[in-house]
Write a protein that binds this ligand. Structure first.
Ligand SMILES: Cc1cc2nc3c(=O)[nH]c(=O)nc-3n(C[C@H](O)[C@H](O)[C@H](O)COP(=O)(O)OP(=O)(O)OC[C@H]3O[C@@H](n4cnc5c(N)ncnc54)[C@H](O)[C@@H]3O)c2cc1C
Length: 476
């Protein structure tokens, strides 16, 4: 392996966190970012760590799985989680950020770090023996996708010649609904629409948090049964963006377009993103028949996103259908919902527990491309890849986080899941190991799992801190 410095490809969430972790251990980094020279279908700026859809980093309620993951990252010294806290906007019990401020701050801190050299260029080639972290995300450029396919010896399975917007066809795959155990896979993700705050008719909506948990930061648009039925009919008959073969494939279950959810049954939306339970309308004293929730986008509170309303309709159709939501009759859309490619590798087949390629141990993967799903999960695997790569530089054997931690469970999932059915995952308690003793009470069980995880984390941090800091000291 060529060890003097670490090459990190992609200055997104995972790449920035990885670069920071290396630098804070005294290791030099070359951080490659292709924007603005070349952009992706979802990014809108040249800033690092841009949040392309929701501005939420999920729950901050103690003893939930997303909280545990963030808490572990805070204790391990995650830069991006720290910056997220500084840029937080009111969002009840969730950690949501002012997205522009967040990425501006990350860009500033990373650019200021003298051990990180930034190179604004698209990387299309990987040298297997050079210590490299690939963190190019779900919208990895086509040229690099081909290179990754080559590295994972799966190039023949894919035809990536359609270009950035074409999103690639699936030639060579016999059953598109069944992800195959080749090195490189695709599926598709969606973006929620955003409306201007001033265009919301506040006389028709109300502020509330579900079950009055946390502060009442969400704007709720209530629907009667008749309004819901009319909305559903309009949604089901609305024209989608031209359906291509690839659009029928592998929607990630927790990120389904609303029209796809609606097709599954007339009440399915009311049990999903339009769920009214716990959202009592103060004017009636009861929850409405269905509800659309709007979440604040930025600190200025001048825009709101429609929570869980990612969709694949034509923009004109979106405006028509979404304006049927009470309170949004005159909504001004700052962004419409969209669907984009999501590229990820088959990690169970390709990676070991420290995110190194089994076949090329100098090459590590981090972020969404390694098969985690979500902002925080991407930052988490970036943090780990940075820690592991820094250990490799000083000749240490990297140590994976313990299985009982959320970090360890996430990595355990991406490296141990069934390769034939591999699908990206968010952190949930399902990924954590069950307790040795059966505990019936769910809340108590989760609390105990969190305590166990945090205890194991301390042990791991002491272990990696001891070995790496000593070695870095010698190496410098
Ligand atoms: C459309 C869409 C919406 C999403 N919405 C959400 C959401 O609401 N909530 C959530 O939790 N997660 C969401 N995700 C999933 C995921 O959390 C985000 O994509 C997240 O940004 C992933 O972080 P990352 O660091 O892996 O990749 P990114 O943040 O995308 O960073 C990758 C970086 O690599 C750069 N790059 C790509 N190819 C090259 C190359 N060849 N050379 C150099 N640089 C390159 C890109 O420009 C980019 O800056 C969404 C994903 C997509 C695609």
């Amino acid at each position: 392996m060529e060890m003097q410095q670490i090459k990190i490809i992609g200055a997104g969430l995972a790449g920035c966190e990885a670069a920071w972790q290396c630098a804070r251990r005294g290791i030099r980094v070359e951080l490659y970012e292709m924007r603005p020279v070349r952009t992706t279908p979802a990014h809108q700026t040249a800033d690092f760590a841009e949040l392309v859809c929701s501005n939420s980093l999920k729950s901050e309620s103690e003893n939930t799985a997303p909280w545990l993951l963030k808490e572990e990252m805070r204790r391990a010294g995650s830069l991006l989680i720290e910056i997220a806290r500084e840029c937080a906007v009111p969002a009840g019990h969730a950690l949501a950020v002012d997205r522009a401020l967040f990425s501006a701050k990350v860009t500033e801190v990373i650019s200021r770090e003298s051990l990180i050299r930034i190179v604004r260029e698209e990387v299309a080639e990987i040298r297997e023996h050079q210590l490299t972290i690939i963190a190019t995300g779900p919208l990895t450029s086509d040229a690099l996708s081909l290179e990754i396919a080559r590295l994972s010896q799966a190039a023949s399975v894919f035809d990536l010649t359609e270009g950035e917007s074409g999103a690639g066809s699936r030639t060579g795959m016999s059953d598109p609904h069944e992800p195959r155990s080749h090195g490189h896979l695709y599926f598709y993700d969606s973006i929620s629409p955003i409306v201007e705050a001033d265009s919301i008719d506040m006389s028709k909506v109300y502020l509330a948090a579900r079950y009055d948990k946390g502060t009442a930061d969400y704007i709720n648009c209530p629907m009667t049964k008749e309004e819901y039925e009319r909305f559903l009919d309009a949604l089901l008959s609305a024209e989608a963006v031209e359906a291509k073969e690839w659009e029928k494939l592998n929607y990630f279950e927790s990120c389904l377009p609303i029209e796809e959810i609606a097709r599954r049954g007339r009440d399915t939306l009311r049990f999903g993103p339009m769920k009214p339970v716990g959202l009592r309308d103060p004017r009636t004293g009861r929850p409405p028949y269905a509800v659309v929730q709007l979440r604040q986008e930025n600190l200025r509170a001048d825009s709101y996103n429609l929570v869980g309303f990612q969709n694949h309709l034509r923009f004109g159709e979106q405006a028509r259908v979404l304006r049927m939501i009470p309170g949004l009759e005159n909504a001004k859309f700052l962004r419409f919902g969209q669907i984009h490619r999501n590229t990820y590798i088959n990690s169970p087949m390709l990676l070991n527990a420290t995110q190194q390629m089994k076949a090329h141990p100098a090459v590590l993967f981090a972020g969404q491309i390694c098969g985690v799903e979500g902002y925080v999960e991407s930052i988490a695997t970036g943090m780990l890849a940075g820690i592991h790569a820094a250990a490799l530089v000083v000749g240490e054997t990297p140590i994976a986080p313990p299985r009982a931690t959320a970090l360890g469970s996430l990595v355990n999932y991406i490296t141990q899941a069934d390769a034939k059915k591999f699908q990206p995952a968010n952190i949930t308690f399902d990924l954590l190991p069950p307790l040795e003793k059966k505990v019936r009470d769910r809340q108590l069980r989760h609390k105990m799992q969190c305590e166990l995880g945090l205890g194991e984390l301390s042990r791991w941090l002491a272990e990696i801190g001891r070995s790496q800091h000593a070695e870095v000291g010698q190496a410098l």
